[in-house]
Design a protein around this ligand. Structure first.
Ligand code: SAM
Length: 271
């Protein structure tokens, strides 16, 4: 990849970035040799990780298609990372060229690359914000999205970065309250349920070094949907959520260690 022109100078392109390592695992082009070296090192230590990331992105794509079929044409994707190959705007705008997407991420590197990648796409916007400031995110999103119409709120692989002390349930309630009837909420979230002990041990180790992840139970993750109607097949291990074909689901759908689910706001339209 060429050194991008538009990147802020405070971003150090000589050091690996989590966002670009993630992009590499997903098959994107927004990464450098330094990122690829780290990615290969991580992959050799945790061989399941790249497949887990791809399974997460696949779940997100299937969910976005279901939302498009339901008539949702605007999306608020929080914790979006770098919108690399087959991301939300590509899936959405392939189905509906007028579809709008606001990408939000806390990581300045992801935001800078996203802005560069999406330059010229007037139906997308990139916001640098923290999920823990939902009111600011909603205010920024209103610049491109009409929240009086159904919106798809996408929280793929991000709520587990919010510890209980930061009150994720309240954050979710704020986002749901701002969304019109017919809106949908998509969540994928890491879990300890059904996981082998060695996974949990590795998790405990990594929590000491990297950004800490809060693993949650299926019941806790289900509660994030509040009183919205959870669509079939419920909150399930990600590969089990409406797979494209039965052959996409192997004998161990729990091996990615994350639940996924989608819910719809069936609140009656205010009269
Ligand atoms: C595992 S990646 C998921 C990327 C994408 N949603 C997907 O499913 O492929 C998690 C992303 O969440 C972002 N993130 C972590 N904590 C966040 C927070 N508090 N607010 C916003 N974004 C956050 C990270 O920077 C990263 O880009």
């Amino acid at each position: 990849m060429q050194m991008p022109d538009g990147l802020p100078t405070e971003i150090d392109l000589t050091r690996p970035s989590a966002a670009r390592v993630y992009d590499y695992f997903l098959g994107g082009a927004h990464n450098f040799e330094i990122d690829r070296q780290l990615a290969e090192q991580i992959a050799s230590m945790t061989p399941h990780l790249p497949a887990t990331m791809r399974a997460g992105r696949e779940f997100l794509r299937r969910a976005v298609r279901v939302l498009l079929d339901a008539g949702v044409d605007q999306f608020l994707d929080i914790g979006s990372g770098i919108p690399t190959v087959g991301n939300v705007h590509e899936v959405a705008q392939a189905a509906d060229p007028r579809a709008r997407v606001v990408y939000v991420d806390i990581d300045p590197v992801a935001v800078a690359h996203s802005r560069e990648l999406l330059a010229g796409n007037d139906l997308t916007a990139v916001v640098h914000a923290d999920l823990r400031e939902p009111q600011r995110i909603l205010a920024e999103a209103r610049g491109l999205l009409d929240l009086d119409r159904p919106v798809g709120i996408l929280l793929a692989g991000v709520v587990h970065f919010v510890p209980d002390a930061d009150k994720p349930a309240e954050i979710l309630a704020t986002l749901r309250a701002a969304a019109a009837p017919g809106s949908h909420l998509v969540i994928s979230h890491s879990t300890f349920e059904d996981q082998p002990q060695e996974m949990l041990d590795a998790q405990r180790l990594s929590a000491r070094t990297a950004t800490e992840i809060t693993l949650r139970s299926r019941a806790e993750i289900t509660d994030f949907f509040g009183d919205w109607t959870i669509l079939d097949p419920g909150v399930v291990h990600m590969p089990l959520w409406r797979p494209d074909s039965a052959s996409d689901v192997d004998e161990h759908p729990e091996r990615f260690g994350a639940f996924g689910g989608v819910a719809r706001n069936d609140r009656p339209v205010a009269g």
